[in-house]
Write a protein that binds this ligand. Structure first.
Ligand code: SRM
Ligand code: SF4
Length: 572
C-alpha cells in the first residue's frame, strides 16, 4: 500500500490507467529490465519494461524510414533506444563533451548528438548490447539519465546565458538542487545499469510517491528578462527575483503545458499561472509540495487530462495554492514585479559582467553532426579540446561556449568559423525557427519537422524579402504532432503536423512566449501555408505599427482571435 494513496475521488470515478498498474507492480521501476537486457532474441524490451525504461531516461524506437522494408523481409523493426541525459541547466564540461562526441560516433546508429528543447542532449539509435556500457560510460564522466522521461520531474531548465554571471550561478545552483531534491529515490538505476548491489531497504518515494506522478512534470528556473526556457510550457517555474544583483527568492508559476490531442477539446495548451513569491529558504519545500499536490490530485484515470495544467483547471488555482501553502506551512507573498522581454538566444559573442566572453552558436535543429561543408560535430570537438570554460545547451537547441577569457576569443572564433559553426549568412528568421525531432525516430510523428524546417525557413525568408522585411523575423516553430515538443504552441506562427505533408497553422503567439496561438488553417499542405503567410506578411509590412511583431499584428488586425484563457477559447 502506498504511503500516499491515490486520491480516492479518482479511483471512484473509473479504472486507473494501465500506467498506474505498471508503476505499482514495477518494484520501484525495476520491472524485469535486467532479464530483458539478456534476451538476445529481440532487440527490444517486453511488456511493462518498454515503458519502465523511460524512467531511466530511454525510449525504445525504430527507424520509421526502414520499417516497411524490414517488415517486407519479415524482420522485426530495428529496435534501438534513444537516451536523454539529465543535465540541469544544460551545463556540460569540455571533457564530458569529448566523451559523448566519441560515444555518438562509435556506438550510435546515427552518429549524432541531438540538443533538445529542454537543454540536454539525446543519443539516437543505441542498440541493446551498447545500452548498459553507455550508462556505465556516462556514469564515469559524471552524467546520468535518471528521470529524464516517465512520470517524474524531468530535466530542470535554467536560463542559459550567463551574462549576469553571479545571478546566473546562483539560479543554476538552485536548478541543480531542485533536480536532485525531486529525483526518484529508488536505487533501480544504480542496480540495473551500474551493477550496484541490491541493498535490503524498505525503499520509499516520499516525494514522488510509490506510484510516481500521474504524468510527466517539468520545472524551470528563469532569470528575467530572458524567457529562453519558455515558462508557459512548464508545470512549475521559479522566476528569479534579485535585489542588488543577489537572488532573494522566486515568483512561482504553475500549470503551463503545450500538448493537446486533435479532436479532443478536453486537451489544450495552457499558460502558467502565478502562485506568488517565496523567499529563497522555502524553494525546495515549495518545489516538493507543488509536486506532492499534483501527485495526489492529478488524474490517474485519464492520462490525457493528467498534467498539472488540468489539475489546476479542475480544482481551481486558489485551492491548488491553498493546499501547497498548508503543506509548506507558509503562505505565498504577493508576486514581485518582473518582465520578460525576449526568449531567443543571443547568437554570437556577449561579454558577462565578470569580463568573461560567451559565444552562442546557432545549431540548426540542435543536430550536432558533420554535414557536407559544415563539420559541426568535428568543430565542437576541436573547440572542446582547447576550451577552458564550459558548454551550455540552451532550450532553443543551441550551444553556448561559455566562460572564454579575452585572450582565447580569437582562437575559439576561428575554430567555430572554420567548421561552419558561425555562419554570417544565417538570417534572423533562421535563428528564430525551431522544430522537434519527428521522423525518422519519433514513433508519434504525423509529419516531418526537423528534416523539413530548413527548407521551410528558406521559403519564409523569401517571403520576408519579397515584402522588404529581410531583416525581420517571425518566431516560427514546427512540431510533427500535437504533443508540441518544438513548442509551436508558443510561436508567432506554429505548424503542427497532421499527416505526411499536412499541417495545422496556428498564428498569434508573441515574441516573449506569453501567448498561445490560435488555429488559422486546418490540415493544409505547404502551398496553402505559404500563400497565407505571403498575404499576411504583405499586410504586416504595410499595416504594422512601429515595432509591432507579426504575432501581435495578426491579433490586432483581427486575422485570428486572441487566446486569453485556453480552456475556454483555444478551441472556440
Ligand atoms: Fe517531447 C513525447 C521529443 C520536448 C511534449 N517527445 C516525446 C517523444 C519521447 C516521443 C515518444 O513519447 O515516444 C519524442 C522523441 C523524439 C525523438 O526521436 O527524439 C519527444 N520532446 C522531444 C524533444 C527531443 C524535442 C526536440 O526536438 O528537442 C524534446 C526533449 C526534451 C527533453 O530534453 O526532455 C521534447 N516534449 C517537449 C516539449 C517542450 C518543452 O518541454 O519545453 C513538450 C511540450 C511541453 C509540454 O510538455 O506540454 C513535449 N513530448 C511531449 C508530449 C506530450 C505531453 C502531454 O502533455 O501530453 C509527448 C507524448 C507523451 O508524453 O505522451 C512527448
Ligand atoms: Fe515526436 Fe510529436 Fe514530439 Fe515531434 S512533437 S518529437 S513528432 S512527439
Amino acid at each position: 500500500m502506498s504511503q500516499y494513496p491515490i486520491n480516492p475521488a479518482f479511483v471512484a470515478q473509473g479504472k486507473l490507467s494501465d500506467n498506474e498498474r505498471l508503476k505499482t507492480e514495477s518494484d520501484h521501476l525495476r520491472g524485469t529490465i535486467t532479464t530483458d537486457l539478456q534476451d538476445e532474441i529481440t532487440g527490444g524490451f517486453n511488456g511493462d519494461n518498454f515503458m519502465l525504461i523511460r524512467f531511466h531516461g530511454m525510449y525504445q524506437q525504430d527507424d520509421r524510414d526502414i520499417r516497411a522494408e524490414r517488415a517486407a523481409q519479415k524482420l522485426e523493426p530495428l529496435h534501438n533506444v534513444m537516451l536523454r541525459a539529465r543535465m540541469p541547466g544544460g551545463i556540460i564540461t569540455p571533457t564530458q563533451w569529448l566523451a559523448i562526441d566519441r560515444f555518438a560516433a562509435e556506438k550510435t546508429m546515427y552518429g549524432s548528438i541531438r540538443l533538445t528543447t529542454r537543454q540536454t542532449f539525446q543519443f539516437h539509435g543505441v542498440l541493446k548490447p551498447n545500452i548498459k556500457p553507455m550508462h556505465q560510460f556516462l556514469h564515469e564522466i559524471g552524467i546520468d539519465s535518471i528521470a529524464t522521461a516517465g512520470d517524474v520531474n524531468r530535466n530542470v531548465l535554467c536560463t542559459s546565458n550567463p551574462v549576469q554571471s553571479e545571478l546566473h550561478q546562483q539560479a543554476y545552483q538552485w536548478a541543480v538542487k531542485i533536480s536532485e531534491h525531486l529525483l526518484p529515490k529508488t536505487r533501480a538505476y544504480a542496480e540495473i545499469w551500474l551493477d550496484e548491489e541490491k541493498v535490503e531497504t524498505t525503499e520509499q518515494e516520499p516525494i514522488l510517491g510509490d506510484t510516481y506522478l500521474p504524468r510527466k512534470f517539468k520545472t524551470t528556473v528563469v532569470i528575467p528578462p530572458d524567457n529562453d526556457i519558455d515558462v508557459h510550457a512548464n508545470d512549475l517555474n521559479f522566476v528569479a527575483i534579485a535585489e542588488n544583483g543577489q537572488l532573494v527568492g522566486f515568483n512561482v508559476l504553475v500549470g503551463g503545458g503545450l500538448a493537446m490531442t486533435f479532436g479532443d477539446t478536453s486537451t489544450y495548451p495552457r499558460r502558467a499561472d502565478e502562485l506568488g513569491f517565496i523567499p529563497l529558504e522555502h524553494t525546495l519545500k515549495v518545489a516538493e509540495h507543488v509536486v506532492t499536490v499534483q501527485r495526489d490530485y492529478g488524474d490517474r484515470v485519464n492520462r490525457k487530462n493528467a498534467k498539472t495544467k488540468y489539475t489546476i483547471d479542475r480544482i481551481g488555482l486558489d485551492n491548488f495554492r491553498r493546499e501547497i501553502e498548508q503543506r509548506v506551512g507558509v503562505p505565498f507573498e504577493p508576486v514581485r514585479p518582473y518582465t520578460f522581454t525576449n526568449r531567443g538566444d543571443r547568437i554570437g559573442w556577449v561579454e558577462g559582467i565578470d569580463g568573461k566572453h560567451h559565444l552562442t552558436l546557432f545549431i540548426e535543429n540542435g543536430r550536432v553532426l558533420d554535414f557536407p561543408g559544415k563539420p559541426l560535430k568535428t568543430g565542437l570537438a576541436e573547440i572542446a579540446k582547447v576550451h577552458q570554460g564550459d558548454f551550455r545547451m540552451t532550450a532553443n537547441q543551441n550551444l553556448i561556449v561559455a566562460g572564454v577569457p579575452t585572450e582565447q576569443k580569437a582562437q575559439i572564433e576561428q575554430l567555430a568559423r572554420q567548421h561552419g559553426l558561425i555562419d554570417d549568412s544565417h538570417s534572423e528568421q533562421r535563428k528564430n525557427s525551431m522544430a522537434c525531432v519527428a521522423f525518422p525516430t519519433c514513433p508519434l510523428a504525423m509529419a516531418e519537422a526537423e528534416r523539413y524546417l530548413p527548407e521551410l525557413v528558406t521559403k519564409v525568408e523569401g517571403l520576408l524579402q519579397k515584402h522588404q522585411l529581410a531583416d525581420e523575423h517571425i518566431v516560427l516553430r514546427v512540431t510533427g504532432c500535437p504533443n508540441g515538443c518544438g513548442r509551436a504552441m508558443l510561436a508567432e506562427a506554429g505548424l503542427v503536423g497532421r499527416a505526411p505533408g499536412k499541417y495545422n497553422l496556428y498564428l498569434g503567439g508573441d515574441r516573449i512566449g506569453s501567448r498561445v496561438p490560435k488555429l488559422y488553417l486546418d490540415n493544409v499542405a505547404e502551398a496553402e501555408i505559404l500563400a497565407a503567410l505571403d498575404q499576411l506578411i504583405g499586410r504586416w509590412a504595410k499595416e504594422r505599427l512601429a515595432d509591432e511583431c507579426f504575432g501581435d499584428f495578426v491579433i490586432r488586425a483581427g486575422v485570428v482571435a486572441e487566446v486569453k484563457v485556453s480552456k475556454t477559447d483555444f478551441h472556440a
